[in-house]
Ligand binder design. Structure first.
Ligand code: APR
Length: 188
């Protein structure tokens, strides 16, 4: 099991080997953390995404999948673009889509591991513009990472607000998972 870490902050400044982007299938940028990563990382990331669309991913990246590019000006070596599902509202569809959210985490961890990353940072995938309820997003993020067989040694959740941080911390406690809470400025 990887070491799980929680911190409040802006993921673009994290000093880890790989940063996960909550992208969309088009891979050509967006708002939220996607916009922040492209802004901070510079045009090299978008160029690589365009190249992927022109070659191996002409129809875009399916929901639940992940693909890596370089990280441009970010201190990370790689950005792993993962596509989470849109929250469908409570009901039968929620279970199907939850499997896709699990897959987005699992595939990102596999890609990170295949790259040789020792550490990876995740935002709360789907819990922003895609509307996933924060508590459920935290449970999926934590359990999928804790159960992952293919993962870097360290998995860090970088939460943009104190509220989301508390949601993750509460979920970890309820689930009986050991997580290391880092200060706002972790020297790594
Ligand atoms: N660092 C860390 N977390 C961030 C940052 C940041 N710089 N900016 C936003 N967040 C947080 C949000 O507060 C939210 O908790 O990341 C979480 C995910 O939110 P979104 O970025 O909106 O991602 P998502 O809900 O998965 O929606 C994806 O948004 O912009 C588009 O292209 C993206 O279409 C895709 C959709």
């Amino acid at each position: 099991m990887p070491r799980l870490e929680l911190v409040t902050g802006d993921i673009t400044t994290e000093r880890v080997d790989a940063i996960v982007n909550a992208a969309n299938s088009g891979l050509l940028g967006g708002g939220g953390v996607d916009g922040a990563i492209h802004r901070a990382g510079g045009p090299a990331i978008l160029e690589e995404c365009r190249a992927l669309r022109a070659t191996t991913l002409p129809d875009g990246l399916p929901t639940g999948e992940a693909v890596a590019t370089g990280a441009g000006r970010l201190s990370a070596k790689w950005v792993i673009h993962a596509v989470g599902p849109v929250w469908p509202g409570l009901g039968r569809l929620a279970d199907e889509r939850r499997a896709l959210l699990r897959s987005a985490y699992r595939r990102s961890l596999e890609v990170a591991r295949d790259l040789g990353a020792a550490s990876v940072a995740f935002p709360a995938i789907s819990a922003g513009i895609y509307g996933w309820p924060a508590d459920d997003a935290a449970v999926v993020a934590l359990t999928t990472s804790a159960e992952a067989e293919q993962a870097p040694e360290r998995v860090r959740f970088v939460l943009f607000s104190a509220r989301m941080h508390d949601t993750f911390a509460d979920a970890a406690e309820r689930l009986g998972l050991d997580v290391v809470v880092l200060g706002d400025r972790d020297p790594r």
